[in-house]
Design a protein around this ligand. Sequence first.
Ligand code: HEC
Ligand code: HEC
Ligand code: HEC
Ligand code: HEC
Ligand code: HEC
Length: 256
Amino acid sequence: MGNIFPRWINLLPIKLIICLGALATVIAGLTWYVATPKFTRVGYAPQQPIPFDHSLHAGQLKMDCRYCHTFVEDSPHSNIPAAQTCWNCHGPGKVKADSPALEPLRQAMDTDNENYTGDPIRWVQIHETPDYAYFNHAAHVNRGVSCVECHGKVNEMSVVYHAKNLSMGFCLDCHRNVDEHLRPLDQITNLDWEAEDENVGEFYARIASKSGKSEAELMEADGIGEGDSLTQKIVGKHLQGLWNVHPPQDCASCHR
Ligand code: HEC
Ligand code: HEC
Ligand code: HEC
Ligand code: HEC
Ligand code: HEC
């Protein structure tokens, strides 16, 4: 008796398996792609134990970032301030000492508080690099890279959120075009700084004193005349040369 099914039927299960397999792979791939932190974490703004407002403290009150993030220039890690830092201003008899929003602070610091625990405030961490990638704050902040490059305008945020994706591509974009991102060291925590704000005379005087060329020569080479303002490219180019900045692009520098 001959086969009642045509020959091509025998191949059907294989084709089906291949098609379904391919479909599953695409779905899994898409899910992974979309669910990977770098695509979901932009905008991440978890609820904090105290509604701490950067736009008030760092913006309106003009407190320097380093008043609270004290280690950012000296250590790989940028710390969150201890409750004592807040207590300096919000302790008994001081600013808004009885504010309900500051109850977790009183529980951490005020031994007279009936709910006193002495435990640190449990801030939720927002930015985090995966363990397999190495990142160092001091190496950036002391080489003319401002907080704003990686965290956005925190001084305008009433609630801090993840403003940039901080993916590998993001890191490398700057490492490859670093002159577009460098600024004078005294402007690192001034998140509103623009190259146009720099005083042209003072800037060239500073570069000239370290480069062996005259101010006039440098200005002419840059095409900068009397009354012109500086651009990011010009400022970045000179600072890169002055500090000999060469951000690494090899895998082992970031994946140690
Ligand atoms: C008065 C203290 C204080 C000052 C000043 C301050 N911060 Fe903060 N910062 C905090 C506290 C507290 C948190 C944790 C709560 C939160 O996320 O809002 C924080 C969180 C952050 C985070 C998110 C940390 C994470 O978990 O990933 C960034 C980024 C940040 N600050 C940047 C800045 C920058 C940039 C400045 C200067 C423009 C600044 N801060 C000024 C106290 C301060
Ligand atoms: C240098 C002084 C200073 C420091 C340090 C400081 N603050 Fe403040 N904070 C203020 C001032 C000033 C206000 C505004 C008070 C007002 O609205 O009259 C304020 C307001 C607040 C408010 C709003 C309170 C309300 O009920 O309106 C909160 C919450 C707060 N701060 C949390 C913190 C936390 C958390 C820290 C530590 C990470 C901190 N502050 C550190 C000066 C400070
Ligand atoms: C070149 C990019 C870059 C710059 C510049 C930068 N940061 Fe960060 N920041 C990061 C990354 C990446 C993380 C996550 C680090 C980690 O997982 O250890 C982070 C984390 C933080 C945290 C959270 C630390 C924690 O453990 O909760 C704070 C606070 C912070 N940065 C503040 C600052 C301040 C203030 C400045 C400027 C003085 C600054 N950063 C400049 C990239 C940067
Ligand atoms: C806006 C520019 C910028 C961004 C964004 C940036 N970097 Fe850098 N990076 C620099 C500069 C500038 C240096 C200093 C190079 C030098 O000193 O020659 C540097 C140096 C480094 C170094 C070598 C110094 C060290 O710590 O050993 C590492 C590693 C590094 N960056 C990792 C990262 C990672 C990871 C990210 C992303 C989370 C990142 N960078 C994002 C500008 C940047
Ligand atoms: C400037 C720093 C830097 C350099 C150089 C670098 N990486 Fe990465 N890489 C990172 C960071 C940061 C992450 C984590 C990205 C994230 O959190 O989304 C990462 C993630 C990865 C991942 C995980 C997949 C992904 O894209 O998230 C792989 C794989 C990887 N890197 C391989 C490499 C290889 C291979 C090289 C050399 C050709 C390299 N990296 C060079 C910083 C770097």
